[in-house]
Write a protein that binds this ligand. Structure first.
Ligand code: PRE
Length: 253
């Protein structure tokens, strides 16, 4: 089929080819910039190139400037894939995914955020995910936010062990293609972490009220003691003796 040079369809396809080529060239240029970043960024201390606070800023800017026909979730997915791939290029890691109750949704959530260059390993419980992250150098974990889980899995978080580093989905407006709420776990990342919302373990006899704005992500009662995983905007503990378990950038609606 020979389209005449003046055919409007041919013209438009030329324009699409020009844009595709420019995007491809820019992505390759991005790769070269990452090479320079690797030379000056110290990933060896934590074993991870993951910078959740920086990623949250980038996602907010994408959402703010977005418009037109392309769904914003597609833009998010494209950049998540690019960023996760370059994270992996800098320091290879595995994403450990909790696949106990909603395996397919968790798999979708994982692939939406890391694309296909990052290997996934599925685990039956959040405790196994936390253990796998704890035993690794720079692996990440993905755990579903289950309000009434079978175990107090967050007991394994905090200190030098895995911490909460992000909450997904981040651009969480209605209609998100992978809406399953989840937490990202990683070994401590120093000041690369975001603490807009801090996460805590709160243990009581069922008698401690949380301050306004605090959110109970999960709760388990054992032997009369109530164990809660609590998210609290800001860095203040939501209750006396609360144990810090990390934090995340406030999801953008
Ligand atoms: O800014 C960094 O520190 C990077 O490593 C770059 C980059 C990216 O590809 O943009 C990759 C991983 C981080 O999680 C954040 C951003």
């Amino acid at each position: 089929m020979n389209d005449a040079p003046s055919d409007p369809l041919t013209e438009i396809r030329r324009e699409i080819d020009r844009i595709d080529e420019a995007m491809h060239v820019l992505l390759m240029e991005r790769g070269a910039v990452i090479d320079r970043l690797v030379a000056i960024k110290r990933t060896s201390e934590t074993g991870s190139a993951f910078r959740p606070g920086r990623e949250a800023d980038m996602m907010r800017r994408i959402a703010a400037r977005h418009g037109g026909r392309l769904p914003v979730a597609t833009a998010e997915h494209l950049w998540r894939t690019i960023i996760a791939t370059f994270t992996h290029v800098q320091a290879p890691f595995t994403l450990h995914v909790e696949q106990g109750a909603d395996a397919l949704a968790m798999h979708d959530l994982a692939r939406f955020h890391v694309g296909f260059d990052v290997p996934l390993v599925g685990h039956g419980t959040p405790s196994r995910v936390a253990a796998a992250v704890a035993q690794s150098t720079g692996d990440l974990g993905l755990v579903r936010i289950d309000p009434a889980p079978a175990a107090i899995w967050w007991d394994a978080l905090g200190g030098d062990g895995p911490q909460v580093m992000a909450r997904l989905p981040f651009l969480s407006a209605a209609g998100h293609p992978t809406p399953t709420p989840a937490l990202v776990l990683a070994r401590p990342l120093g000041d690369a972490a975001s603490s807009e919302v801090s996460v805590w373990a709160v243990e009581d006899d069922g008698d401690v009220a949380l301050p306004e704005g605090a959110e109970t992500l999960a709760a388990v009662t054992r032997n009369g003691r109530r164990h809660r995983l609590v998210a609290h905007p800001g860095g203040e503990p939501p209750a006396p003796h609360a144990r810090p378990l990390g934090g995340y950038a406030r999801p953008a609606g």
